[in-house]
Design a protein around this ligand. Structure first.
Ligand SMILES: NC(=O)c1ccc[n+]([C@@H]2O[C@H](COP(=O)([O-])OP(=O)(O)OC[C@H]3O[C@@H](n4cnc5c(N)ncnc54)[C@H](OP(=O)(O)O)[C@@H]3O)[C@@H](O)[C@H]2O)c1
Length: 228
């Protein structure tokens, strides 16, 4: 199994992609600690499930990551999935939306990564996988705040890959297009869902990036688009 014995922390773990990844990583042999701002869902299957954590708060993030490492006996990987989305034009929207998306999409990854670095370095073969977005490459109308925050995730990925290159830790990001989630189907009922990328397909790529086979890949920004 590709992640046999790996100790992996996943943020945003109770959301659509997060829950799919927890399942895929566990099936690949990993032991997983799931962290989220939402309360722990009933019957959530993970070695540790830590809810009600605002990961944009650096002190709360450190407490949660340290608790995850303690529950797993160390950390070999961190997957930063916590995030959210807003569509609004600048003329009709609020400058506060830019702060919100910066906080939820970028600061959560910054705070969780900072807290995880000592654990990942101690692992000797640490991994960070971030979730940017295809929209970070070129923003469409109404996508400015979201794209800026996800561009920030891409830049964090590049900088941290360089910073950790000589410490045995790789840092990569995937850039999904629209994910086939219940929320997106409800928001875009007329869209062709078959073109969207499935959470299980994204999870396959993340599992690869977490695995020993991806040891030579760092600083990569990988579009995973389905047929969008
Ligand atoms: N869905 C898409 O089409 C799409 C496309 C490209 C990229 N992405 C990115 O992929 C990731 C997963 O998307 P998804 O559709 O699975 O989202 P989702 O279902 O909304 O899950 C995101 C999870 O992150 C949690 N979260 C938000 N803010 C947090 C914080 N400050 N601290 C801790 N946890 C927090 C959310 O909790 P709450 O429910 O309490 O907010 C939620 O459980 C996100 O980063 C998203 O931006 C999504």
């Amino acid at each position: 199994m590709e992640l046999q014995g790996k100790r992996i922390a996943v943020t945003g773990a109770f959301g659509a992609l997060g829950a799919a990844l927890v399942q895929a990583a566990t099936a690949a042999g990993a032991r997983v600690a799931a962290i989220d701002r939402a309360p722990v869902p009933n019957g959530f299957a993970a070695v540790a499930a830590i809810g009600n954590v605002d990961l944009a708060d650096t002190s709360a993030a450190k407490t949660a990551i340290d608790a995850a490492a303690k529950a797993l006996g160390g950390l070999d990987g961190l997957v930063n999935i916590a995030g959210t989305f807003r569509w609004e034009t600048l003329a009709d929207g609020s400058a506060d939306t830019w702060d919100l998306l910066y906080r939820v999409n970028l600061r959560t990854a910054v705070a969780a990564s900072k807290a995880a670095i000592p654990h990942l370095v101690a692992s000797g073969a640490g991994r960070i996988v971030n979730i940017s977005a295809a929209g970070s490459i070129k923003a469409g109308a109404g996508m400015g705040a979201y794209a800026a925050s996800k561009s920030g995730v891409a830049r964090l990925t590049e900088a941290l890959a360089e910073e950790l290159k000589d410490h045995g830790v790789t840092v990569n990001a995937i850039l999904p297009s629209t994910i086939d989630t219940a929320a997106n189907r409800a928001d875009m009922p007329k869209a062709d869902f078959t073109r969207w990328v499935m959470p299980a397909q994204l999870s396959d790529v993340i599992v690869f990036l977490l695995s020993d086979r991806a040891s030579a890949v760092t600083g990569a920004l990988l579009p995973v688009m389905g047929r969008v």
